[in-house]
Design a protein around this ligand. Structure first.
Ligand SMILES: [Zn+2]
Length: 144
């Protein structure tokens, strides 16, 4: 006697299992610039995920300015942002240079965007101004 196939229907008929993938927005690059698809990190490409994770792991998932512990995802105030110290628009050659990137919280990243606006297009002045902010919390007092 032939073995009866395992069935998931009362009729004994076998249906292929269908795996539903809910439409899920990719979280890889959205934290950096939510609506800016020209940003090199805006795509969910594997290269982007690996690069971001490399920087975040190196920095211990901690904001390099205010030392806030960071979380994944894009919508939390502690969501990790990988920021280009020298902006990628001014120094596209440093876009994929880990040494030009650091982990920030959203609040500190917003401060960095202010610095970029003020000092653009001088990438070196922007970098110097950003790095001077290390160790200063969002309340303006030294961290730690
Ligand atoms: Zn911060």
């Amino acid at each position: 006697m032939a073995a009866r196939p395992v069935s998931n229907l009362p009729s004994g008929e076998r249906l292929p299992l269908i795996h539903h993938h809910p439409l899920r927005p990719c979280q890889a690059g959205v934290a950096a610039h939510p609506r800016d698809m020209s940003h090199p990190f805006a795509s969910g490409a594997k290269k982007v995920r690996r690069f971001r994770e490399g920087v975040l792991t190196r920095d211990g998932w901690q904001c390099r300015i205010c030392a806030t512990l960071l979380t994944d995802g894009a919508s939390h105030e502690r969501s990790a942002v990988v920021d280009h110290i020298r902006p990628h628009r001014l120094r596209p050659d440093l876009t994929w240079d880990e040494g030009n990137c650091w982990a920030l919280c959203r609040g500190c990243h917003a401060d960095m965007q202010g610095i970029e606006k003020r000092l653009s297009p001088d990438a070196d002045a922007i970098a110097a101004a950003k790095l001077r902010r290390r160790g200063i919390g969002q309340d303006g007092w030294p961290v730690g």
